[in-house]
Design a protein around this ligand. Structure first.
Ligand SMILES: *[C@@H]1O[C@H](CO)[C@@H](O)[C@H](O)[C@H]1NC(C)=O
Ligand SMILES: *[C@@H]1O[C@H](CO)[C@@H](O)[C@H](O)[C@H]1NC(C)=O
Ligand SMILES: *[C@@H]1O[C@H](CO)[C@@H](O)[C@H](O)[C@H]1NC(C)=O
Ligand SMILES: *[C@@H]1O[C@H](CO)[C@@H](O)[C@H](O)[C@H]1NC(C)=O
Ligand SMILES: *[C@@H]1O[C@H](CO)[C@@H](O)[C@H](O)[C@H]1NC(C)=O
Length: 578
């Protein structure tokens, strides 16, 4: 099977070469330049000697110890300028084999051409008869997408855009970053791994411009895919749901490590031969299917990504099952997306007079949409990196849960640094307003208090037992309970919520987040959490509701350090009624 596949690939490469010779490769800009006699060198010319004898040799020998190198040989009109860039995650030997391969491939792909550019995994290679060092050229970018589609394209696009923009800034302007940066960003139950890199001959601003263009191109082409990469003459970027920059290149092993196979991948990268791709994909799908039968049953998805990449990229397969899809048709609908301008108008440009309060990770504003509907808008602070994780958790989670005691999310907006959540508006604000304000507290009679307590308990019970997922809120406190017109409570803020899988009842985390005074001791000390963590917070909330005193604001030293300690003391003394 494998040998047949290689035959197919060879056939494809032959077709690809014919195609190349027809001068229609999208890489060359303008493409017909390749055929014009001015950009063709003649065999045996000094240019050819400078290129093949000197430049290729020098670049591939330097590549064993340098990730980026530019050099030139000869003088005009026979001078040749060339450079390579290995992606930051490769070691010397991988970089060298990539560069050596690129030098042979570039000659096959662009025979006798005076300038050319190829992108391979994991390097880029470029030469020209003109000096292009330190010059930015953002034309002819080559985006490549992973063919698996994402289930939340709008949200994913926003998150990816945000991650890449931040990475671009870091790579370009952080002197310690050496023109390259990576980031791991949680998304649903998965992690987005992203990498950006610029040629080190660029200035800070050029690097930024190159990456900005790359980001905009990749979003145009590939925003529906779970992953994508883009080769640009001066920079490179890529994101996936698996750690491509740490994973060992096991694909080479899988493909017997034959260099002919690798070459052909590159030709596939560079050439638009759709028919061939389909044939190759089918062959690979078939090969994988055969392979899987004998091996352990491991779901693989033959995407373009897996052609050049790890064939055992388990992530893609697990993804289907890890996201919360398919449990309820109605909830698979995408949450409405609001554009930033309309929300900005609705909140009078986030004016202070519309401010309702400061929530976890952001400020909440009142807004009136163009149709007159009142909404509450949570604006996450742009600079908070942590905020973006909470944002994604909240958007994905809250639309899966609907209950009269949980606040309803109406939509979201993500626009560069801005992340907004749009909720139904609650005229009576949050519980802490009613609870700890002397005037408002008077209106909170016993029957209203009971109603609030029961409502919160119902909301929690739904999260813990009755929703499709077992959800732990993790940050229950008065400011996260809103009151509607009839003083019915609605739980807010799922930014810190955790999901407990299947039969698991307890889990552990290294990341302790929550509000001091409401977090259960085993959680603060050992990171251990379960639905009991919420029950603990509920207990604190209960004491606060019936006493009207803040747990942490309880500074009557003669009694106890906290409301909780005081209640415990009374309990031990048998004074439940005092
Ligand atoms: C690296 O390239 C330079 C030419 O730019 C060459 O002189 C040098 O010998 C190369 N280094 C090695 C180790 O080959
Ligand atoms: C590499 O490019 C830089 C930036 O343009 C230039 O200053 C340097 O001389 C080049 N190196 C070689 C060996 O040509
Ligand atoms: C992915 O999405 C695109 C655009 O929405 C669509 O044309 C394509 O058929 C989808 N592919 C798969 C495999 O679902
Ligand atoms: C950047 O390069 C310098 C020197 O080449 C090196 O010491 C440093 O560790 C690099 N920084 C990163 C983040 O790779
Ligand atoms: C480079 O990485 C490859 C695997 O990615 C490994 O096989 C090889 O031994 C490494 N070489 C060095 C010099 O570390």
């Amino acid at each position: 099977m494998l040998s047949r596949m290689i035959q197919l690939l060879k056939l494809c490469s032959f077709l690809a070469l014919i195609y190349e010779l027809a001068c229609a490769d999208p890489l060359n800009d303008p493409p017909d330049e390749l055929c014009s006699s001015t950009s063709i060198y003649t065999a045996g010319s000094p240019f050819e000697n400078n290129l093949k004898a000197d430049l290729f040799l020098s670049l591939s020998s330097n590549s064993s110890f340098k990730k980026f190198y530019n050099t030139s040989f000869g003088n005009d009109p026979d001078g040749v300028y060339g450079l390579y860039m290995c992606f930051n995650y490769v070691n010397g030997s991988n970089c060298q084999s990539c560069v050596s391969l690129a030098t042979t491939d570039i000659v096959k792909l662009y025979p006798n051409s005076k300038e050319a550019f190829v992108g391979e995994e994991p390097c880029q290679f470029r030469y020209s008869n003109q000096n292009f060092f330190g010059q930015l050229d953002v034309t002819g970018n080559i985006p490549k997408q992973n063919e698996e589609n994402i289930s939340e394209p709008q949200l994913f696009k926003g998150v990816v855009n945000n991650v890449l923009s931040n990475l671009a800034k870091e790579a370009a302007f952080d002197p310690l970053a050496n023109m390259s940066a990576t980031r791991e960003e949680p998304f649903k139950d998965d992690t987005i791994y992203a990498l950006v890199q610029c040629g080190t001959d660029l200035s800070e601003n050029q690097c930024n411009s190159c990456l900005q263009k790359a980001i905009s191109d990749i979003q145009k082409c590939c925003s529906f895919s779970v992953g994508a990469r883009l080769f640009s003459r001066n920079c490179y970027l890529r994101y996936e749901f698996y750690n491509f920059y740490k994973a060992s290149p096991s694909s080479t092993k899988n493909m017997n490590g034959e260099s002919s196979v690798r070459k052909i991948w590159m030709i596939i990268i560079l050439t638009v031969v759709p028919v061939c791709l389909v044939v190759v994909l089918i062959a690979i799908v078939y090969w994988l299917a055969m392979n899987n039968k004998s091996k352990k049953r491991k779901k693989e998805i033959a995407t373009q990504g897996s052609i050049f990449h790890t064939v055992h990229d388990q992530h893609n397969a697990d993804f289907q099952h890890q996201n919360f899809q398919g449990r309820n048709d109605l909830q698979d609908q995408e949450l409405p997306y609001f554009d930033f301008a309309s929300i900005s108008a609705a909140t009078d440009n986030f004016s202070d007079s519309n401010k309702l309060g400061e929530g976890g990770f952001g400020t909440v504003y009142k807004g009136i949409l163009s149709d007159g509907k009142q909404v509450a808008v949570k604006r996450l602070s742009g600079c908070s990196e942590q905020g973006s994780t909470e944002f994604t958790t909240e958007v994905l989670l809250i639309k899966k849960v609907q209950h009269k005691n949980l606040v309803r999310l109406l939509g979201f907006c993500i626009d560069r640094e801005e992340k907004l959540l749009i909720y139904e508006y609650m005229p009576n604000s949050s519980l802490d307003f009613s609870l700890f304000d002397a005037n408002r507290r008077e209106q909170l009679n016993w029957s209203k208090q009971i109603n609030i307590i029961i409502g919160i308990a119902r909301g929690l019970l739904y999260l813990h037992e009755d929703s499709q997922l077992r959800i732990i809120h993790m940050d229950l406190k008065p400011s996260n309970v809103l009151l509607d017109n009839d003083m019915n409570p609605k739980i807010l803020d799922f930014g810190m919520a955790r999901i407990i899988e299947g039969n698991e009842h307890e889990a552990n985390t290294a990341r302790i987040v929550g509000t001091y005074g409401y977090m259960a001791p085993e959680y603060t000390m050992n990171g251990l959490y379960s639905i009991k963590s919420d029950v603990y917070s509920f207990g604190v909330l209960l004491l606060e509701i019936i006493t009207g005193i803040r747990n942490t604001g309880f500074h009557q030293s003669k009694h106890a350090p906290s409301l909780l300690a005081y209640a415990w003391k009374l309990w031990n003394e048998g004074k439940y009624w005092s």
